[in-house]
Design a protein around this ligand. Structure first.
Ligand SMILES: *Cc1c(COP(=O)(O)O)cnc(C)c1O
Length: 354
């Protein structure tokens, strides 16, 4: 039976967290002289910018809990989900000793976070369908492997990881299993956050950076047991989500109808791009997508990348990722931007330049 207490780094288990002025005050008051703020106001103008933000983002968590079908105490909010990735590594991995397990090709920050903390990295590549290979992953785990990072839908490949394999991994992996669902809103697959009560070692990551269109505000979420969330709260920077972000996000979370409208446009455009790519002789492989981007394989990714750049279109060259030789990752843009892209691609087909 998994208990998070057995995985927390010992010095963090006994850590006494920073106690902020707003943590220590409980009750009703109208005169706040407890936090050395400037009570005259803020040069940035606006509302309450002179005040420290709510360290636990209560308003946002209540709204997210309703939207996602989880309890507020199962939610951690980070300065982007990248902050949650960083804190998870810090929480359970002893530098110079422990390891994380990655399934490339995948999102780059798991590796960077591990490297920042001098935590080892083990890798088991996804198979040729970009699916996890259960047996090889099981064989790779040692008692030093503390986190398995899964990304579904996966970046940069765009596919959802097979449900049965993910469930098997969560059930058998003796450590934290992080399922990064940054692109969950672009698929009709259910979120693993609906299964939190069954799996005490499961952490699900989501973000407002992709579907919700708020990458610039920096807000990511981790969903997990209240015990894991409690530890993340203990080690996070006290005021990690600023007042502006909290206010704007709180308003945006009410706009679910507009979210659905935007998602519809993006998914329709994804279909249009997929069909147009399929019809281009230039494309050697067009991978199906459950995300807001499409991975394609071409004869020469470097050349095509430069050709598009000359026409003012920048895509992501993923050629040096394992299993992604000559692959470009193309984000679904606005209808007009996608027209630009397709025009550029058709002009190649016409001139046979690349
Ligand atoms: C974009 C992305 C993130 C980053 O999310 P932020 O909330 O902006 O930090 C996390 N995971 C994956 C797989 C992503 O593609």
């Amino acid at each position: 039976m998994f208990t998070i207490d057995n995985f927390i780094r010992p010095h963090l288990k006994s850590l006494k967290p920073y106690s902020s002025a707003r943590d220590e005050f409980e009750g009703e008051a109208s005169v706040f002289l407890d936090a050395n703020e400037n009570n005259l106001g803020s040069l940035a103008g606006g509302v309450d910018y002179n005040r420290y933000p709510d360290p636990y983002q209560k308003t946002i968590k209540e709204k997210l809990a309703k939207l996602k079908g989880v309890k507020p105490e199962q939610i951690f909010i980070g300065n982007g989900s990248d902050e949650a990735i960083d804190l998870l590594v810090r929480l359970v991995c002893e530098p110079g000793q422990d390891e994380v397990l990655l399934l490339p090709p995948t999102y780059g920050m798991y590796e960077v976070s591990a490297n920042i903390h001098n935590v080892g990295i083990q890798r088991v590549p996804l198979d040729e369908r970009f699916q996890p290979v259960f047996q090889k992953i099981a064989e790779k785990q040692t008692e030093r492997t503390k986190i398995l990072f899964l990304c579904s839908p996966n970046n940069p490949t765009g596919n959802v990881l097979e449900h049965a394999t993910v469930e098997n991994l969560i059930q058998t992996f003796n450590g934290l299993v992080v399922v990064d669902e940054a692109y969950i809103d672009f698929t009709d697959q259910p979120s693993w956050s609906t299964r939190l009560d069954e799996f005490p070692n499961l952490v699900v990551l989501q973000t407002l950076s992709k579907a919700w269109g708020m990458a610039g505000l920096r807000l990511g979420m981790a969903f997990a047991s209240p015990e894991i969330i409690g530890y993340l709260n203990k080690i996070k920077p006290p005021y990690n989500i600023n007042v502006v972000t909290q206010g704007l996000v709180s308003d945006a979370l009410d706009k679910t109808a507009q979210l659905q409208d935007m998602l519809q446009v993006i998914m329709d455009e994804r279909t249009r791009l997929l069909q147009a790519f399929e019809a281009l002789p230039l494309m050697e492989k067009v991978y199906p997508s459950d995300a807001n981007f499409v991975l394609v394989q071409v004869p020469n990714a470097n050349e095509l990348y430069s050709f598009l750049l000359e026409r003012g279109v920048v895509v992501r060259n993923r050629s040096n990722q394992p299993g992604c030789a000559n692959c470009l990752r193309i984000t679904v843009g606005t209808p007009a931007e996608n027209d630009n892209l397709l025009e550029a691609l058709h002009s190649i087909a016409a001139t046979q330049k690349v």
